[in-house]
Every structure is written in structure tokens, then in C-alpha cells.
Ligand binder design. Structure first.
Ligand SMILES: Nc1ncnc2c1ncn2[C@@H]1O[C@H](COP(=O)(O)OP(=O)(O)OP(=O)(O)O)[C@@H](O)[C@H]1O
Ligand SMILES: [Mg+2]
Length: 324
């Protein structure tokens, strides 16, 4: 009986909170919270850093190194991979080779799961009964054929690469080294460059792990640190999400948009505390929404001002410290 009373109080508390948030969203013409997490973020929400994206794509095209997109959790590694994946099939290298791309987004894979995921992502056929080394062999052969007959190099994107079983990780080494000595001998003259580029992502910890456990790949891999969002980009991040929630993203003008009910000062405070990390910007902006919604109920003003941003940032800093 007691439990039931407590439960209903709790439920009432959450329902009231939901109503408060809902009223704020309605006030600013939003259909949902601008800062909710999306499982599949809409590409119209992406802020592009064209210089950094170019540096990734250039590195792949020049074909000298594999790439490791390095950054803390939530810094935008996956987003950058998707942007590079979008651009690569439209480009060619200086020899006129085009690109065939594959993307492995799952992690925690065993050897055979990794081999199958790679083959699937590159649309290469194999039999379920095959061992992982046979599957990888088929991938190597088909990549060679695509290079020779279709003038296409293969670029394989692998997320959070070190979050897989070590044996799975080793499968990548073979692909990273293509063409093999045998292939070079068999096609004398036609194979004088790598035909398979790895584009991996991970944190600094995983990069260091790769340096010590897989130096053979690490030595030929360029780590690129994801740049943090500057204040202008953080402002656009917030502006786009508000426009999206208002159903106005298709008429969003990056040259001229407003961020009401967030103040300019509030955005600067948020971005400073988030250190330009988009995931943290989103969390802080959402925290600000909650405080602003309470204010709105009491005073009728939905604004997210500097004070709110400072309050929320300090609260988050405390929580993060306690977690660590
Ligand atoms: N350039 C960007 N423009 C807009 N939103 C972004 C951008 N980069 C990242 N985000 C958003 O920030 C969040 C984290 O981004 P993402 O998943 O790309 O980071 P990550 O570094 O891959 O994180 P993890 O380490 O958790 O895999 C997502 O909600 C994503 O949509
Ligand atoms: Mg990611």
C-alpha cells in the first residue's frame, strides 16, 4: 500500500515535469525537445567543418596512410565518418581510381562476425559455412579484382575499432597490407600502390592500445584529432536543432538564423563548459531547457539566459567530477 502511494507520487512528479517541458516547447513553437537524442540523427542537423573533412578525404585519396579519426566520446567521430562516406564515392584519386566504400558500425565483434560484417559492407559474397580467414580471403580477392578491372580502390570504415575482439582486430591487418607480395608478383607492374584503405575511429586510449598491440598498422596510420566546435559552430548546432524541432529546418539559413529562446551569452557559456564537444553541448542545452521551462511556468519568460547556462554548467561539472 505504502509503495503504491509513493509510486503514484513519483508518477505525478514526472507527469508534471513533462507538462512543464511541453509548455515551454509549445511556447517556442517546437513539436518536441530540440535537444533530445536521435538514434539516427538527420543529416540536416550536421554542422560541417569542411577543412577537417577535406583533410580526412585528402589523406584517403593520396593513399599514403590509413586514417584514425581520434577523439573523446561524443566528439563527433561517427558523424565525420558518415560525412566522409557521403563524399568519397563522388571522388577519384590522381590516377583516376574511384572508391568503393564499406562501413562497419557495430562493435564487440568476434573474428568471424568481423569478417562477415566487412564482406557484407563491401557487398562481397561468401558462404555462411566459411571460416573467417576464407571470408577475408574473398574480400582480398574481390578488392583486387575491383582495383584491376573497375579501377576502384576500397575504403573500409570501422567504428571504435578497438572495441572488438583482438582476433577480429588482427583480420584488419591483412587487409591493411593489400596487395600481398603474391599479388604483386602475379600482376607485375600493375600493382604499385596500396589498394585498401582503413578509416578507423576511436579514443586516445584506443589509439595508444593500437600503437602497442598493432604497431604494424599504427605505423602506417595517421591519427587525426576531431576539432571541437567553436562558438559559431556551437551556435549553429543549437540553431539547427531549434529550427528542426519547429519544423523549419528546410528553410534554415546558416548565414542568418536566430537561437531564441537561447541568448548569445548562454551559448558561449554552454560551449565553454562543453569544450566544443557536441554531445556535451546537447546535454547542457537540454539541462538549460529544463531550468528555463520551470522559470517559464513561474514567470512566463521562456528565455535561456546566461545565468541559467552558468547554473546548469556548474551542476554538470559537479556531477561529472563525482562520476570520475
Ligand atoms: N558536426 C556535427 N554536427 C551536428 N551534430 C553533431 C556533430 N558531430 C556530432 N554531433 C552530434 O553529437 C553527438 C555525438 O556525435 P557522434 O556520435 O558522431 O560522436 P562520437 O565521437 O562518434 O561518439 P562515441 O564515442 O560515443 O561513438 C550525436 O548526437 C551527433 O549527432
Ligand atoms: Mg561513435
Amino acid at each position: 500500500m505504502t509503495i503504491a502511494i509513493h509510486e503514484s507520487a513519483l508518477i505525478r512528479h514526472f507527469n508534471t515535469r513533462k507538462e512543464v517541458l511541453r509548455a515551454w516547447e509549445e511556447k517556442i513553437g517546437a513539436r518536441f525537445s530540440p535537444f533530445r537524442g536521435f538514434k539516427m540523427p538527420d543529416s540536416r542537423l550536421y554542422i560541417e567543418d569542411s577543412d577537417f573533412l577535406d583533410s580526412i578525404v585528402d589523406l584517403i585519396i593520396t593513399n599514403e596512410r590509413h586514417v584514425f579519426i581520434r577523439g573523446p566520446v561524443g566528439s563527433g567521430k561517427s558523424t565525420l565518418m558518415l560525412l566522409a562516406l557521403r563524399d568519397l564515392p563522388t571522388l577519384a584519386d590522381r590516377k583516376g581510381n574511384k572508391f568503393i566504400t564499406g562501413y562497419v558500425g557495430m562493435t564487440g565483434l568476434y573474428e568471424k562476425q568481423m569478417a562477415s560484417a566487412i564482406a557484407d559492407s563491401l557487398r562481397i559474397k561468401y558462404r555462411r559455412s566459411w571460416e573467417s580467414s576464407q571470408i577475408i580471403d574473398a574480400v582480398a580477392k574481390e578488392s583486387l579484382r575491383r582495383y584491376l578491372e573497375e579501377k576502384s580502390r576500397t575504403a573500409l570504415f570501422i567504428e571504435d575499432v578497438a572495441d572488438n575482439q583482438e582476433a577480429a582486430f588482427h583480420k584488419l591487418r591483412f587487409l591493411a597490407d593489400l596487395p600481398t607480395e603474391e599479388m604483386i608478383d602475379a600482376y607485375a607492374g600493375a600493382l604499385d600502390e596500396p589498394i585498401f584503405t582503413l578509416v578507423m575511429s576511436g579514443t586516445m586510449i584506443y589509439w595508444n592500445a593500437m600503437l602497442s598491440f598493432l604497431p604494424q598498422i599504427a605505423d602506417r596510420t595517421e591519427p587525426l584529432d576531431v576539432p571541437p566546435l567553436n562558438d559559431a559552430k556551437a551556435r549553429e548546432f543549437i540553431g539547427r536543432r531549434i529550427a528542426y524541432a519547429q519544423g523549419r529546418i528546410d528553410i534554415f539559413n546558416p548565414e542568418n538564423f536566430d537561437i531564441y529562446p537561447y541568448s548569445e551569452e548562454a551559448v558561449k557559456v554552454i560551449n565553454t563548459s562543453a569544450k566544443g564537444n557536441p554531445r556535451d553541448i546537447r546535454m547542457l542545452a537540454r539541462g538549460c531547457q529544463q531550468v528555463a521551462a520551470e522559470n517559464f511556468r513561474n514567470s512566463g519568460n521562456p528565455e535561456v539566459n546566461r545565468n541559467i547556462a552558468v547554473l546548469v554548467s556548474e551542476a554538470y561539472a559537479t556531477i561529472l567530477k563525482e562520476v570520475q
